[in-house]
Design a protein around this ligand. Structure first.
Ligand code: NOJ
Length: 739
């Protein structure tokens, strides 16, 4: 009886789902039939309101007229319940009353600024990352936004590239897990819920492989590299239900992405069955001309739409030429209709045809923006994002013993830099907690703070050095807060020199020469090079840019209220000359230890091969021991699974979290494999003296790769397993065979 009821119930559910689908399809087809050619093109046309950092949104009168004619389908850079409502009212004056879509780059928070994405990736905490995206979505959707241009899931192995700050770092596995978490966070319970925003996997594809780390530059990579390294995070986002994709600016092996049918059609639609919207990056259709793929803007519109790019963001190419191209049959009606269907479907899923104003609710906006719960979570996520790179002689955590603390450096009192490159919605800097304010609030009663700026971020002026030295001389310990300004990483912020800018490292040297303990707190949106500091500072915290709650989070970590647990999601080179440098490199035919001399091995004569800090590295105020590695068998068939377990113990005196990392190596295969590939990780939280067993399951998927013929699968042979707390520190190792 139970089984029959269950069967009837599930049949009912299936029928309900298809009925809904039917009505969605019927609705869209019906609408499509009523649309003129110009109205169809209008749906594919996306314009920007004025760029807004502060102050009111401005939408030109011209735009308003175009909206009323149904010639604009979506807009970016307009937000606020009132502004979006007003614009939507104009859309409701159009003939078919098709609502507008409002999009925005909500990259690391909306009103409450969250840590930059690279910082959050350092937490390796998928729950926290998902929550962060949830907070951003809750606030953004309350301000009338339907769609965020995030997450950026580009793998980035070159810290010269300014946009490393927006992604999850260098690793495909970690990047894919984070891509899923972010999509889930943004889209919450699903597209259409009033506190969700539609996510966008960008930039499709391989934007992070820009040659020489120069933004927008050519990408020329092997098919293997594309499929193994750069595409998986996009597939992961798709599997998590991402609603949209954005094309990338770069050309990929000769074909610019925005006109690349192999990417946008063969992979995305045919192979991956993506049903959502593809939007071009800003002006990227027009850029097909300077790329040299197209004769003129009309040709660009033709190539982009035929490749599979649905929406034209700010190129104004579809708007001007698409109708003519359809009339001339250079673009089929079916191609146009399919693109329009994708856009209408998204609007339908959002529920905008039922209520175009459902996201423009001033009351909800007031309640959600800067909600104290969001701030609390922002602090917790910020704490988890901090990486302890060095801590000689247990310099940290600070305690009541340090009565006089000198705070020195250009970032001690900075608020603006805490916010990172994509802080879009804040009223005044009062909302951001500077490092100084965080310390003021946290220091024990009898502790005094002494302050000297010392120097600016990027200057040759050393006139503040003496005051800084005098200040440090009076203190028990000095904390130097150094790094980049928030404008130094991000889009169009590529650099050839990624060292600590200006004279900052010189100032560290001066202060260190006093012979007192020096803690260096480094803030940046990318890995910087700072080899002198790495060698001589007593302790180093890498905090990236942590957003609204930066000062509180850093002070809590310095005092050990939160025991740092971050691990680097990207390799820190010793010098730019080592770039690109990443942990999952190939062994080569001449693998060479860090010799730094002529050896006829694959090495440099003027630098070790090893980086300054490896992927996965990060310290804690406690220590962990890895032991008891066990494999359920030393052989497996591809159809079987293998259980790997080990014990982690907290051998120190403080409670702490460790990220247990599992790497594999396929020892020989029909195509060469990396020396290490991350295949799993788990965060454990242990009290002093406590131990726990961590289990991983190895299956066919874990061991598969693209073989010599680019076919995905596992080959029989020997595999090595490595487990530890960093890619260069895996004390547990074993081998097994796939038979
Ligand atoms: C250009 C950037 O590449 C992209 O990531 C962003 O979403 C758009 N501009 C819109 O602001």
């Amino acid at each position: 009886m139970k089984k029959i009821l269950l069967f009837l119930f599930s049949t009912l559910l299936i029928n309900m789902a298809s009925a809904q689908k039917l009505s969605e399809d019927m609705f869209i087809e019906n609408l499509l039939k009523q649309m003129t050619l110009e109205e169809k093109v209008g749906q594919l046309n996306q314009y920007s309101g004025n760029w807004k950092a502060t102050g009111p949104n401005k939408v030109s009168a011209n735009n308003v007229q175009e909206i009323e004619k149904g010639h604009i389908g979506s807009m970016l850079n307009v937000f606020g319940a009132d502004v979006t409502r007003a614009l939507q009212e104009h859309a409701m004056k159009s003939r078919l009353k098709i609502p507008l879509l409002f999009a925005q780059d909500v990259i690391h928070g909306f009103r409450v600024t969250l840590p930059v994405p690279l910082a959050e990736a350092a937490s390796w905490d998928l729950t926290a990352i998902e929550k962060s995206a949830r907070i951003a979505a809750t606030e953004a959707s309350a301000a009338g936004i339907h769609w965020t241009f995030a997450p950026m899931v580009d793998i980035a192995r070159d810290p010269r590239w300014g946009r490393v700050v927006e992604g999850a770092g260098e690793d495909t596995y970690l990047g894919s897990q984070i891509a899923k978490a972010r999509v889930k966070g943004f889209q919450g319970e699903g597209i259409g819920h009033t506190n969700s925003v539609v996510a966008c996997a960008k930039h499709f594809a391989a934007y992070g492989a820009a040659m020489a780390g120069r933004d927008y530059n050519t990408v020329d990579i092997s098919r293997r590299s594309l499929w193994e390294t750069y595409l998986p995070p996009f597939k992961a986002a798709l599997d998590a239900g991402v609603g949209t994709f954005m094309t990338s600016f770069n050309d990929l092996n000769g074909i610019p992405s925005t006109g690349n049918r192999y990417l946008l059609h063969d992979i995305l639609r045919d192979k991956w069955h993506f049903k959502g919207v593809v939007v071009s990056d800003w002006g990227a259709i027009r850029e097909l001309v300077p790329h040299g793929l197209c004769k003129d803007d009309k040709d660009a519109a033709l190539k982009a739409i035929n490749a599979g790019c649905d929406i034209d963001m700010e190129s104004n190419c579809y708007n001007r030429y698409l109708a003519d191209l359809v009339k001339a049959k250079a673009v089929s009606e079916e191609t146009l209709d399919n693109a329009v269907r994708n856009v209408l479907r998204l609007k339908y899923k959002l529920g905008l045809f039922d209520d175009p104003f459902k996201f423009s609710n001033a009351e909800r906006e007031k309640r959600e923006l800067a909600n104290p719960d969001h701030k609390k979570s922002a602090k917790e996520i910020a704490e988890k994002s901090i990486v302890l790179l060095k801590n000689d002689h247990e310099t940290l955590p600070l305690s009541a013993k340090q009565k006089n603390i000198a705070l020195i450096g250009p970032l001690v009192k900075s608020k603006a830099d805490m916010k990172g490159p994509w802080a879009i919605q804040w009223d005044t800097d009062d909302d951001l907690i500077s490092f100084y304010e965080g310390m003021e609030a946290r220091i024990p009663q009898k502790t005094s703070l002494l302050y000297a700026k010392g120097c600016d971020i990027n200057t040759t002026d050393k006139s503040g050095f003496d005051e800084a030295v005098e200040t440090a001389a009076k203190a028990d310990i000095t904390i130097m807060v150094m790094g980049e300004s928030f404008e130094m990483s991000g889009e169009a912020r590529s650099k050839t020199d990624i060292s600590l800018p200006g004279v900052q490292e010189e100032l560290i040297k001066k202060i260190k020469s006093l012979g007192k303990p020096v803690v260096v707190v480094l803030m940046a949106g990318r890995p910087m090079t700072f080899s002198w500091t790495a060698e001589h500072a007593d302790a180093i915290l890498y905090t990236w840019w942590l957003g609204s709650e930066a000062g509180n989070a850093i002070a809590n970590v310095l005092y050990g209220d939160y025991n740092p647990s971050g691990k680097l999601p990207i390799t820190f080179p010793r010098s730019v000359g080592q770039i690109p440098i990443f942990y999952n490199a190939k062994n080569t035919g001449r693998p060479t230890p860090d010799e730094n001399k002529i050896s006829y091995g694959s090495a440099y004569i003027d630098s070790p091969n090893s980086p300054q800090y490896a992927f996965g590295y990060g310290l804690s105020y406690t220590s962990f021991k890895y032991s008891d590695l066990k494999l359920s068998s030393n052989q497996m068939l591809p159809s079987e699974t293998l259980r790997v377990s080990c014990v982690i113990s907290n051998t120190g005196k403080k409670k702490g979290e460790e990220t247990v990392q599992l790497y594999i190596r396929d020892m020989y295969a029909s195509a060469t494999r990396p020396v290490k590939e991350l295949k799993g990780f788990q965060k454990v939280d242990l009290a002093p003296g406590q131990s726990t067993t961590v289990n991983f399951i190895i299956d066919k998927e874990t061991l598969s790769f693209y073989n010599q013929d680019m076919k995905w699968g596992v080959e029989p042979g020997t595999f090595k397993i490595m487990i530890g707390g960093a890619s260069n520190n895996t004390p547990l190792e074993a081998q097994f065979d796939v038979i």
